[in-house]
Each structure stands twice: as structure tokens, then as C-alpha cells.
Design a protein around this ligand. Sequence first.
Ligand SMILES: [Zn+2]
Ligand SMILES: [Zn+2]
Length: 151
Amino acid sequence: MTDTHTGGCVCGTVRYRVHGQPTLGTVCHCTYCQRRLASAFAVMASFPEPAVEITQGQLVECEHRSDVSGRWLRMAFCGKCGTTLCHTAEIRPGIRTIAAGTFDDPRWFRIDRHIWVQSKLPWVTIPEGVATYQQGFVAVPPADPAGAAKA
Ligand SMILES: [Zn+2]
Ligand SMILES: [Zn+2]
């Protein structure tokens, strides 16, 4: 099996290996990703959990609840240098998503879609031929106008 790619955190404590192609390559422009990465967007490669192996070091997890869906996201970091390496999400059981900037060669996989384009920064241009979604990939129930009036 040669279809293997490696990556790790900035300080080198945590290393991982993935097998096969990502099920999805995503750029996320949501305000949570912008804030948590102190950047403009997140670049993410999703894999079935068994395809991701942590080969060195230990991950520290931090749970976040989406203010839109109420579902959990568990971000995993290197406890030493703070690099975000991957996450799991309640909405996608069995999938582990790699923070793709941590690949030793981040160029190897394809981006299929851009999500949360509604909060994309104005100077980011999305290439043609890529699927775009104003919000998340899985339809979020439309805001209930009556909900705003509830306590
Ligand atoms: Zn580290
Ligand atoms: Zn996001």
C-alpha cells in the first residue's frame, strides 16, 4: 500500500499517517474556523477513522458546540505546541478530518468544496469548478423566524 501520506505538528511531537484518498477535501470559511485558526479559512481532508493513524505523540482534545447546530466538534491538538491536527464531529460519525496544513506535503489531495461561503473574507477568491455552499454541507434547518421571539 503506497497510497500513504504523513504529517505532524510544528514541534514534531505528534506525527500521523493516513491511508488512501480523503472522502472529502474541504475549505471552510465559517467564523469558528477563522477564529480557532486565527486565519481566513480552514483546509480539511476527511478520512474514515481507521485510515488515520497517530504514529507518535498524544493528542489533546477540546470540545466545541456549534452555535448554529448545537452539535459537538472535538478539535485535537499537540499539547506542546498547540498545532491543531485533526477533528471529529457529531454530524459525521466514523470520520476523522485532518487539518490539511499539517501534511508534510499539503498539495497532494484535491479540494472538492468550499463551505460557509457566506462568511468568506472579501479578498478570498474561490476557483471555478468547485462546489460552494453558503452554509454547511449538510443542510442546516432554516432559521425559524418565530425562534427569534422565543426567550
Ligand atoms: Zn507539537
Ligand atoms: Zn469551519
